[in-house]
Design a protein around this ligand. Sequence first.
Ligand SMILES: Cc1ncc(COP(=O)(O)O)c(C=O)c1O
Length: 391
Amino acid sequence: MHYNFDEIIDRKGTSCVKWDITKAYFGSDELLPMWVADMDFKTPDFIVEAVKKRAAHEIYGYTVRPESYYSSMINWIGKKHKWKIEKDWIIFSPGIVPAVNMAVLAYTKPGDKVIVQPPVYFPFFSAVKDNGRQLVYNQLHIENGRYHMDFEDLKKKIDNRTKLIIISNPHNPGGSAWTKDELMKLGEICIEHNIILISDEIHSDLVIPPFKHTVAANISEEIADVTISMMAPSKTFNLAGMASSSVIISNPQLRNDFQVFLDRVHVGMGNLFGMVASEAAYTQGEDWLNQMLEYVKRNIDYTETYIKEKIPKIKMMRPEATYMVWLDFRELGMDNNELKRFIIEKAKLGLNDGPVFGPGGEGFQRMNLACPRAYVEEAMLRLEKAINILQ
Ligand SMILES: Cc1ncc(COP(=O)(O)O)c(C=O)c1O
């Protein structure tokens, strides 16, 4: 079946974060919203049908996740990422951000240190700080147009209060699909210093060929033993509103520690439609995903070429994964506030402001390209016009 990703669907008035809260978030509702990691593509038919079928039953009481839910996930992860997991390793979470918060609470004590690698998905920061733990930055550096981990700096930052490292694998916002070598080095440092690695792999299905996703826990048994993997169909199939994701832990002690915490807060039941959508996605989603990634890749190509040819003052970091691009505006010489106002008021775009992603985000903006090409074309025109007026 051929899916039409060019189709424009009006999402306004659906209580949708991306389109309906632009006024509250950016102070304007005239913006083209290309911010939050949410796609403007229609949910694939096989997911809609599965949800409709379950909805037609008309009783939505307490529900358990069936065997078929687990096997769909085990098969998907086995086939896609060559990682053989067992049903017992899978723990439900209503989201990855809640899971990261629960992991911080389950594996650390107040005052312990947690390392993150900015610029990175910002809810990692609040998961540490809001829970009374110390946030330690191990900043990524750019080399050959891609983010790299700084292992020397990491080693210097570790002391006996360091208990966790949280990574986005692949990386949001820069799009690095961390290699086996990079993850192995990181894993070995974790083993040596008795640190637990939280590998947030929510974007793992969104690696753009020829790049490949490496599951950190699949590198070696020793690394698996210290790793908490987090996966979900929510980015892959745009099901964030279904609040359904998984924490996968092979180490029984670490799994038990997480489970105890989850049970204490009683959020393990989950959402009935989330489990139905997740199973449909994992059993029937491959063709849709391949076509979607191909479409997004063409949006990335278009954006890259347009920027190079017509707006050369901006530089685009070419992502190896995710449907977002990280745009470098540093050549414009604006400070953080000026750049933010320029994007909103002059370019009339709703992007994610770089500094929010922590140190290293200054001068950058994140743009979401999981949308019909017409939006990308409009965004490029708006940016070009705004920048031309500056000159
Ligand atoms: C790295 C990363 N983790 C987690 C999330 C969100 O997870 P959830 O909506 O399941 O809480 C996102 C969303 O963009 C993300 O980029």
